[in-house]
Design a protein around this ligand. Structure first.
Ligand code: PMP
Ligand code: GLN
Length: 381
């Protein structure tokens, strides 16, 4: 047989797998891959258990359990004052990663260009490339990671089919405010460019700031796939549950792909979530919960040589190590894991041309005890 020609010749194993494995091998505190190390609400576990006992163990409807889509619609309406039809405009997915891939696969044709802001979550680009789209990267810079709109405008041409945005932003912890969203809305006016707004951290936003969902801006919502993750919101990253919102025409195309990509997502978990989501306090408590963790972590780092801009959203904190070493971030992250027993994510892997800004990403979705032990190590470096 001829050797197979890779569809993703430049794609390796994701940094999340690499760093979590390294953390395990070296018995390091794992602040790399983004997942909580505390328990899920027992009420939610009980609801899943009950759903299984009540026989919700066969295929769910293709677009998701209607009762779950209804409660999502109510939530979005209440938070963002935008109505999405449970019948036609909401689909439950197996995590946001699937929603992102399915949205891209549904609308991108070979040769279409997709603008991606870097640093970018690492699933966007392979999802575009594997179906023949072309990534048009725009590098953003610390500390605010905001685009220069003239530069964005200069990248738009007849082939531009989609722009991907992500606020609160992984890995930087920066957020887009209303003005940023309005600027994007103005830029896209009178174009056919679609938007993919990855809002998996919509409920993890700090200092009393309101999340600016694309659904709040009519000129964005009319062209947007919005992707959300229950894994982030309910401390259940291993359940791989999320959803996508989009206007009916876009959602029609999304579902054509979804039905042959996964057909449907986990039924008992959807059943449990449809009950659990009825109580808004389950997600309204998140900003405060995670802000306390951010503040604890940062207060403990005050005496360290790391410098930082406090994260405005997500459960990630960037730390600048320029005062410690001029090693490349990938090398320093490896040394920290092996020698100091603390694992992080080097952010150059998310940048254009692996630009190294001496920034490591640390996940603070951890118990206070873990954060204290981690900070003690970091202060001794
Ligand atoms: N987008 C971003 C920005 C993320 O950080 C993640 C990681 N959870 C995802 C999408 C994927 O979410 P999920 O785990 O639900 O697939
Ligand atoms: N979203 C998580 C992070 O940024 C990890 C997702 C994954 O492991 N694929 O760390």
């Amino acid at each position: 047989m001829q050797p197979i020609t890779s569809k993703l010749p430049n794609t390796g194993t994701t940094i999340f797998t690499i760093m979590s494995k390294m953390a395990q091998q070296h018995d390091a505190i794992n602040l790399s891959q983004g997942f909580p190390n505390f328990e899920v609400d027992p009420k939610l576990i009980e609801l899943v258990n009950q759903a299984m006992k009540n026989g919700h163990n066969q295929y769910a409807p293709m677009a998701g359990l209607f009762s779950l889509r209804e409660v999502i619609s109510e939530k979005v309406e209440r938070l963002y004052h935008k109505s999405y039809s449970p019948e036609h405009e909401i689909t439950i997915t197996s995590g946001a990663t699937q929603a992102i891939f399915t949205a891209i696969a549904a609308v991108i044709q070979p040769g279409d260009e997709v603008i991606v802001f870097k640093p970018a979550y690492d699933s966007y680009e392979p999802s575009i490339e594997v179906i023949g789209g072309t990534v048009v990267p725009i590098q953003l810079q610390a500390p605010d990671f905001k685009p220069h709109w003239d530069e964005v405008a200069s990248k738009i041409n007849d082939k531009t089919k989609m722009i991907i945005i992500n606020s609160p932003h992984n890995p930087s912890g920066s957020i887009w405010d209303k003005e940023d969203m309005l600027k994007l809305e103005r830029l896209l006016k009178n174009t056919n460019i679609l938007l993919l707004s990855d809002e998996v951290y919509e409920h993890i936003i700090f200092d009393g700031v309101q999340h600016q969902s694309a659904s709040m801006f009519p000129g964005l919502a009319e062209r947007a796939f919005i992707t959300v993750s229950f894994g982030k919101t309910f401390h259940t990253t291993g359940w791989k549950m999320g959803y996508c919102l989009a206007p009916k025409v876009l959602m029609g195309e999304f579902r054509k792909v979804h039905q042959f990509h996964v057909f449907c997502s986990n039924h008992p978990i959807q059943s449990a979530l449809s009950e659990y989501l009825k109580q808004p306090e389950h997600y309204e408590a998140l900003p405060n919960f995670y802000q306390q963790k951010r503040d604890l972590f940062l207060s403990l780092l005050k005496g360290s040589k790391f410098t930082f801009t406090p994260s405005a959203g997500t459960y990630f904190q960037l730390l600048d190590y320029t005062a410690i070493t001029d090693e490349r971030d990938v090398d320093f992250a490896e040394r920290l894991t092996k020698d100091y027993k603390i694992a992080s994510i080097p952010t150059s892997v998310f940048n254009l041309n692996q630009q190294d800004n001496k920034l490591l990403r640390f996940c603070f979705a951890k118990t206070d005890d873990t954060l204290k032990r981690a900070a003690e190590i970091l202060c001794n470096i």
